[in-house]
Design a protein around this ligand. Structure first.
Ligand code: NAD
Ligand code: TDX
Length: 339
């Protein structure tokens, strides 16, 4: 191990068949010598296709639940660290039915912490900027590592709870842990329930996109690949016990993003439906990632949002077989909610 650098040979990636966990798994296999054991329950959001084509001798998929302590005891000895992406991740689902969020996000993180404690392993916990609540549109402030926790939704409150568990297990039991809180990701393989894939696949289907509320809510977009490189930097070179915010200065209102998607389809900018707002809808997220950049020298590579969005649109056009099976049930659920 080089001075101050943690060089894992094999890591467990929880949620590695989801949108970001699979992007990270691919990134690790393609950019490092580290092998990966993916631990994924394959919920509605997990798809083994997301890691298809990666070499069998570098990536092993274990289908299982992070709440299964016996399974964790079995897997821990073969890994140097756990990178924890597994979660129930969709705000609207958490409003309709919060219970799975409590179980996976809170109990699941607790089980992983206990397993890391028993086996003396390192944990990187992947979290969200939503733990900080929201900012006003005209507020010049952005979230920093010092911003107080103020989560709004059942989803973000369970992520906040999981962050608190990680901090407590580090302080009390000295579990070697790091935490990252990232802003909204976009990229290929994102579930069609999320904003950008929902509108893109609606347009492919000839259905009008759906915008919540007044469309002025702001999200701070980052490409999933930049999230992946940041998590690797923190895992290998970050200081144990520290939190790092991840963001790429990508603030945009929802209506601006939607207009850009409509333009890419050659449609009129007003060609969408206003639908019922999300209860408790956070107004604005914005990340100040100075600590990550200054301490670890991390920089995002995907800095042209229009270009990234065009690639994502092309990916959904080219991969209908990937998203089609989930589309009908997702839209039926939204329709029932008036969204
Ligand atoms: P996702 O919903 O696409 O994937 C979640 C994965 O976790 C799925 O493969 C699912 O099968 C698996 N999973 C769920 N419950 C499990 C359990 N009990 N045991 C094992 N596996 C289980 O989520 P995502 O968008 O890729 O998000 C990944 C992580 O990143 C989450 O922790 C999320 O909070 C965080 N995050 C996401 C974003 C974003 O914009 N999507 C932004 C910041 C942080
Ligand atoms: O159809 C829609 N219309 C719409 O206007 C959908 C699905 C969403 N929206 C709005 C709500 C949000 O303001 O778009 C914005 C983005 O919505 P989501 O894709 O659901 O993301 P968000 O709620 O911002 O949370 C995401 O980023 C932070 C991820 O889902 C979380 O896992 C992550 O923690």
């Amino acid at each position: 191990m080089a001075d101050g650098v943690f060089e894992p040979r094999r890591i467990i990636v929880t949620g590695g068949c989801g949108f970001i966990g699979s992007n990270f798994t691919r990134w690790v296999v393609e950019s490092t010598d580290c092998d990966v054991v993916v631990l994924d329950k394959l919920t509605y959001a997990g798809n083994p296709e997301n890691i298809a084509g990666l070499p069998d001798d570098r990536v092993r998929l274990v289908v299982g639940d992070i709440c299964d302590a016996d399974l964790l005891d079995e897997l821990m000895p073969e890994a140097d660290a756990v990178v924890h992406f597994a979660a129930e991740s969709h705000n609207d689902n958490s409003i309709a039915g919060p219970e799975p969020f409590l179980r996976t996000n809170v109990e699941g993180t607790y089980r992983l912490l206990e397993a890391c404690r028993r086996h003396g392993k390192r944990l990187h916990h992947v979290s969200t900027d939503e733990v900080y609540g929201d900012l006003a549109l005209d507020d010049p402030a952005r979230f920093t590592e010092e911003t107080p926790y103020r989560p709004s939704s059942p989803y973000s409150s369970t992520k906040a709870a999981s962050d608190m568990l990680v901090r407590a297990w580090h302080r009390t039991y000295r579990v070697p842990a790091t935490i990252s809180n990232c802003s909204n990701n976009y990229g290929p393989c994102q579930h069609v329930e999320k904003f950008i894939p929902r509108q893109v696949t609606n347009l492919i289907d000839g259905v009008r996109p759906k915008l919540y509320g007044d469309g002025m809510n702001v999200r701070d977009w980052i490409h999933a690949e930049d999230h992946s490189s940041a998590v690797w930097a923190i895992l290998t070179r970050g200081r144990v016990g520290e939190t790092y915010l991840i963001g790429a200065d990508g603030e945009r209102s929802n209506i601006d993003v939607l207009r850009e998607v409509l333009r890419a389809f050659g449609r009129d900018e007003g060609d969408f439906d206003w639908v019922r707002d999300r209860p408790g809808h956070d107004r604005r997220y914005a990340i100040d990632s100075s600590k990550l950049r200054a301490e670890l020298g991390w920089r995002p590579r995907h800095t042209d949002f229009a270009e990234g969005l065009a690639e994502v649109i092309e990916w959904y056009r080219d991969n209908e077989a990937w998203w089609r099976p989930a589309k009908g049930a997702t839209e039926a659920k939204y329709r029932a909610q008036g969204q």
